[in-house]
Write a protein that binds this ligand. Structure first.
Ligand SMILES: [Zn+2]
Length: 258
């Protein structure tokens, strides 16, 4: 474990953690493309992850996201998610925000308080027509979480406000990031003493502009990822996975305080 990384965390009061698919991989959450198996292998991302695709076949698209949501409900936060919760509570850390590209809820279920979803959430669907938020019924989760339930098209529910179809709350291809969440992320990053980038290349825009803001402020950016290919440029890099590295890192930081 890099000594400088421990020192940077010890020195930081305001930390932002940018997380991506690698954060949840060890919880068994497949990436979008890796999840295109079985029933879904015939479909391409343009069909399943665009507004046009949803309008063409709402049941197909809603069924796909329900299958993914079921997968998340059957998964559990890994040791990396739990370590970030612990890092937020550590002495000396005044503030820790997680800015995630993931659409699962594993950070929240691990107990993290400040989670900003840049790409939306599987758990925040809304009306296609009027954007009214849709609340899942109590039974929606319980009835649909059986791991053995086959994937299938499912007609989306209707909006209680206008009767329009409910669409998944994730950002699709060709759509802007949610304005409020993006503004929150930029605000937090501007104030950050330290940015940790976990399980994402941090190189796809617009999210890639967040590390640049921290660097312009002269603050450290650390990439924590098992892919050595990301260790380029001037950024600090630690070759580790989220579930293995983050608990060890938090333990090392805590120990140094005594
Ligand atoms: Zn509506």
């Amino acid at each position: 474990m890099p000594v400088d990384l421990v020192a940077d965390i010890r020195a930081a009061r305001r930390i932002v953690v940018l997380t991506g698919a690698g954060m949840s991989a060890e919880s068994g959450i497949a990436t979008f493309r890796d999840a295109l198996t079985g029933l879904w292998s015939r479909f391409d991302p343009q069909t399943l992850a665009t507004r046009e695709g949803f309008k063409r076949d709402p049941a197909l698209v809603w069924g796909w996201y329900e299958a993914r949501r079921r997968g998340v409900l059957n998964a559990t936060p890994n040791a990396g998610h739990l370590a970030l919760r612990d890092l937020a509570a550590m002495d000396g850390v005044a503030d820790l925000a997680i800015v995630t590209q993931n659409v699962d809820n594993l950070h929240e279920r691990a107990g993290s308080q400040q989670v900003i979803h840049l790409h939306g959430s599987l758990f925040a669907p809304r009306c296609l027509a009027c954007a009214h938020a849709y609340a899942y019924a109590e039974t929606d989760g319980a009835g649909q979480t059986s791991p053995g339930e086959p994937d299938r098209p499912v007609q989306p529910p209707r909006c209680t406000h206008c009767g329009g179809p409910i669409r998944p709350g994730v950002v699709w291809f060709g759509e802007e990031l949610p304005t409020r969440e993006w503004a929150q992320a930029v605000d937090r990053v501007r104030e950050a003493d330290l940015l940790l980038v976990v399980g994402t290349s941090g190189q796809v825009y617009p999210a890639a502009s967040l590390p640049a803001i921290v660097e312009q402020n002269g603050r450290p950016v650390w990439i924590i990822d098992p892919d050595e290919g990301l260790a380029k440029g001037t950024r600090e890099f630690w070759n580790s996975t989220a579930a293995a590295g983050l608990p060890a890192l938090v333990a090392a930081c805590a120990r140094k305080q005594h």
